[in-house]
Structure formats: C-alpha cells, structure tokens
Design a protein around this ligand. Sequence first.
Ligand SMILES: Nc1ncnc2c1ncn2[C@@H]1O[C@H](COP(=O)(O)OP(=O)(O)OP(=O)(O)O)[C@@H](O)[C@H]1O
Length: 337
Amino acid sequence: MIEVNHLVKIYKSKKKQVIGVDNVSLSIKEGEIYGIIGYSGAGKSSLLRCLNLLERPTSGEVKIDGVDLTALTSKELRKARQKIGMIFQHFYLASSKTVYENIAFALKAAGKSPKEIDKRVKELLELVGLADKIHQYPAQLSGGQKQRVGIARALANDPKVLLCDEATSALDPKTTKSILNLLKSINKKLGLTIVLITHEMEVVKEICHRLAVMQDGKVIEEGPVYDIFANPVEPLTRDFIQSVLQFDLPQQLIENRKGTIIKIQFKGAIAEESVVSELFQTFKVKGNILHGKIEYIQEVPLGIFIMELTGEIPEIERAIQYIQDRTQNMEVVEHVA
Ligand SMILES: Nc1ncnc2c1ncn2[C@@H]1O[C@H](COP(=O)(O)OP(=O)(O)OP(=O)(O)O)[C@@H](O)[C@H]1O
C-alpha cells in the first residue's frame, strides 16, 4: 500500500543544513494501523509530511498503491492527495465556518454537487458521532469534538490512507481514548490504512499493529507492536516501553532481599496459564511476588512477574529450570546462595 524507499529530507538554509529524515525505507500494508514513535526532533513529522508530499523529499521514493508520488505533475498530485486524508494535533478548522461548512469545504474542493455534499456531510457526522453539532462553530466544541470534525473532514473524499500528526497530543487521556477508539473502528469498518505519529507508547499500545521507532531521522527499530513490546532491542525502544510497562525494581529493594530474585515474562497464551501456582505445588520453594503486571497488546496478553524464591538451593535451581522450560523467558536478577 505505502512503500517508502531510501527517503531523505534535508532542510537547507543559507548557513546550514538539517537532516529531517535520513534514508528511511518502510512498507505499510493495506488496512494496517502503523505507528511512528520518537522524541521531539526525531523526524516523525518530516517523514509523515513526505508521505503526501506536504514536504517534498530531497531524494528517495514514496509509492502509494504502486504510484510514485514524487514523479507526478502538480495536477496529478492534487488528485492523488484526495486519497490521502490528514488530521492534525491542532485540528486546523476554519473558525468562521460551522461544522457542516468545514466538512463541506473538502467536498466542494473535490467538485461534488450540493446534493452530494449534503448527503455526505450528514453521513460523516453520523460516523464520527457528531450529528447533533452540525450547525455549531469550532469555538463551541471541545477538543475531542474538534478532532472528530477533523476526522470527518479528512474522510470526506473516501481516502485510502489517513495520516495522523500527533492527533491526540492536545487531548486529555479520556478524550484520547475515545478518539483512538474512533480511529480503530474506522480502520475496521472502512479498511482504511492509518499512519500515525506520536511520542506516547500508550497510543501505540492501544491501536497500532506495527511500529517504527525513530531517532535522529532514522528508523532504528521496526516490527509488529507485540514483538517490539515483548523483545525491544534498542535502548530507546526500551525507554518508550518502560513508560507503559514498568519492568524493573528499585535496586534498593533488590538489595534488601534474601532469596533468589527472578524476572519472568509470559507471552501470549502462556500468560493465562497457571505456571506460578504449579511451581509452588511441584517444588519445595516459597515465593514472594514483588511485582506483577499483565498488559494486553492487540488483545494478546504479555505478563511480567518479578518474584523472590526462597528454599533449599537445589530445589530453587530445579524450580528455575521448570519456569525456564515453561516460559522460555526468564532471567535471574539476583542469585543469593
Ligand atoms: N521546516 C523546517 N526547516 C528546517 N528544519 C526543520 C524543518 N522542519 C523540521 N526541521 C528539523 O528537522 C528535524 C526533524 O524534525 P521533525 O519536526 O520532523 O521531528 P519530530 O520528530 O516530528 O519532532 P516533534 O515531535 O517535535 O514535532 C529537527 O531537527 C527539526 O529542527
């Protein structure tokens, strides 16, 4: 659906040049929600804006449905852009126009008749749950409602792709969740491909299928969200995951313990099995859970437990082997002989 090949974006001024995107190649599948995460200045906006050529890449290709956007004439590009909707952190609604007029504007620009426009605006407002706000002005709406208008406007001309530029960053957590749920349901209902940039792992965890982590203009890690949560490779990726799943115990707490401290990660179906309770039935060890959490990522459980085991050393060793065999993912944090 979206192919990005060796994309480079360099901003040049008289005095210096800044690299926004540094040789990024990506492939985003049709119907997928694809997240791009990174700290401020990592190059997320530059990359996203190159996907619809709001920024023209310095070099490289952006193909949507096999068509290289960088090779189109401006007329062809205007047409191609109708298939790529975009929503923004600060909504960018026209303050002097009603909700109806804000959405109708996008349809008028695409040459639709007044009758078609009327029908479509009403359909879109139903879809985003704002039918009762049709004649309100943006100033009369909450942030979440404004973003719903932004989404309706972006969907007006039946795009195949929706680009979301920090679409929930200006919203409180509850409103963020409701906008993410709306995006999720649109993705399912319309089969829309969604690309979103964010600096919040919580957003990624909530709705993305795949993820790219950006740093200094480069994609440093990429893959299915579950796999990245379960096995982050790069330190920056671990940092982002820590913000959602606190895996580590304070060193002071570990130092005050007398037993062997182990960290177990349960992935997928095993997270729902009774490995821990079977452990205590099978071996003469005592266990003290110091930390435990199960998160659901794409509805698949990912569990983390940090436990202190006490008892005879050979029995602890057998217990550790048992957990290792069952989970294939266990680490001894502190071994106390
Ligand atoms: N129009 C521009 N002119 C010059 N430099 C730019 C321009 N836009 C972005 N940059 C630079 O490119 C780099 C990447 O910026 P970009 O906005 O893409 O990052 P980001 O990850 O989206 O950050 P943020 O989350 O703060 O928006 C930064 O060093 C930035 O200063």
